[in-house]
Design a protein around this ligand. Sequence first.
Ligand code: DX5
Ligand code: ZN
Length: 219
Amino acid sequence: MPAHPPVIAPSVLACDFGRLHEEVRRAEAAGGDWLHLDVMDGHFVDNISFGPAFVDAIARVATVPLDVHLMIERPDRYLERFVKAARNLTIHVEAECDVAATLAAIRAAGCTAGISLRPATPFSAVEPFLDQIDLLLVMTVVPGFGGQPFLLETMPKVQAAADARVARGFGYRIEVDGGITLKTAPIAAQHGADTFVAGTSVFAAPDMEAAIREMRAVI
Ligand code: DX5
Ligand code: ZN
């Protein structure tokens, strides 16, 4: 039994930025439960995506929760600019800040708090924070770009997150992000994932509603 009802979160990084509002509506009409927003600073990852003004523009039209994934070196410095628009705010355990204090600040601002780890980072790195989070995001690609292939070798970390949740009685969601498709989503689900970020596989699908419906059927 999954601890949480499954969530599918289309990743805005894969949409047409020139038609942002229509794309948000399209993802919602297609059945996306949340919208996933990847903020990149060009330091923490080798790419720059978008910042608070873009997130606010989405918040003005979106009706589903915004799941904001901060791939930035100093999330502690920029939290305040995202907490109004975000429902969930995820930071990386590898960020250059006091992780526990930043997670506490996210919750104090009224958001749920997520922690994420890169494929190369061991599960032990997030273990000290498991009692301070609402969501654990296991990156299934090296963060920075959409459209990369799913890394199967990250699955033991999803399993470890699921095992720790049961063993220690935690309630966090387990989210996977990167290369999530009809083929890989069920693999992640079998290891314990309940929250699925999907960019290319849903936004580039000929029929987004069918793509999300089919994904829901296999997770
Ligand atoms: C990667 C981002 C992902 C990305 C996923 O750094 O965190 O959210 O948008 O895109 P796809 O589904 O295309 O791999
Ligand atoms: Zn992401």
